[in-house]
Design a protein around this ligand. Structure first.
Ligand code: C5P
Length: 241
């Protein structure tokens, strides 16, 4: 069972919106949430300064850029992204172990330059908006859980601190990767919340029970009539579980 403080630390609020709305949400959630996620929607609008602004508001940042390219480019991209001070950064597991190792080098190079803690890396396994059918569409015909396991082992073996997977795979991934791996799960929906484009979903309590380290939750909080109340209800659900 999580304490209330641990529960608040386990939730990453995805700010998939413009700067004004992101700042409004950051202010609304100030003193309650500990983490926000800055994804491509916000980062491509605002750039590195948005990471600093969230830090200035006392929020830790998961920079979800899903970096995916040849190793040389990835080393540089991850170094640049780490220089923003992001606490966690996502890369793609599909880029191979050489790409993940290059990402780790980039993160280490940035930490050496700044003297700050190294940005932790999490590798995307299979997007939570995908299921077995959509995986087939891109030519991957093995069972989805096998694909997640393969990419998770590959990424952590090559230097990633953890992975991103759906809550449905979190228990298997915790068993596979051990207690120290960072297991981040999007696709989290409180009972009754709209699922939208997500396909492999579970409730916050189920995700925590399965061994997730952090839950990424966007629309169920950011599009709620009262985001602070929605955040609080999720904290209560996982702290009480
Ligand atoms: O609004 P919702 O809760 O669906 O937001 C989930 C967030 O998690 C989005 O910002 C999305 O980019 C991100 N994400 C995901 N699936 C992954 C990795 C990240 O949904 N595999």
């Amino acid at each position: 069972m999580l304490t209330e403080s641990e529960a608040r630390d386990a939730i990453i609020v995805a700010l998939d919106c413009d700067r004004d709305r992101a700042m409004e949400l950051a202010d609304t959630l100030s003193g309650k949430a500990k983490w926000v996620k800055i994804g491509m929607t916000l980062f491509y609008l605002e750039g590195p300064s948005i990471v600093r602004e969230m830090h200035e508001r006392g929020l830790n940042v998961f920079l979800d850029l899903k970096v995916f390219d040849i190793p040389f480019q990835v080393r540089g991209a991850v170094e640049s992204a780490s220089l923003t001070g992001a606490d966690i950064l996502s890369i793609h597991g599909l880029g191979s172990s050489a790409m993940v190792a290059a990402a780790r080098e980039g993160a280490e190079a940035a930490a050496e330059k700044t003297g700050r803690d190294r940005t932790r890396l999490v590798a995307i396994s299979v997007l939570t908006s995908m299921d077995q059918d959509t995986l087939g569409e891109i030519g991957i015909t093995c069972p989805l859980s096998e694909e997640v396991s393969r990419l998770a082992s590959l990424a952590v073996g090559a230097g990633s601190d953890g992975i991103v997977c759906s809550p449905k795979e979190a228990a298997d991934m915790r068993a596979l990767l051990g207690p120290d791996a960072l297991i981040v799960t999007p696709g989290v929906r409180p009972a009754g919340a709209a699922v939208g484009d997500q396909k492999r979903v579970a409730t916050p309590a189920a995700a925590i029970a399965a061994g997730a380290s952090k839950l990424v939750i966007g629309r169920p909080i950011t599009q709620a009539q009262n985001p602070a109340a929605a955040f609080k209800a999720i904290v209560q659900e996982i702290a009480a579980d």
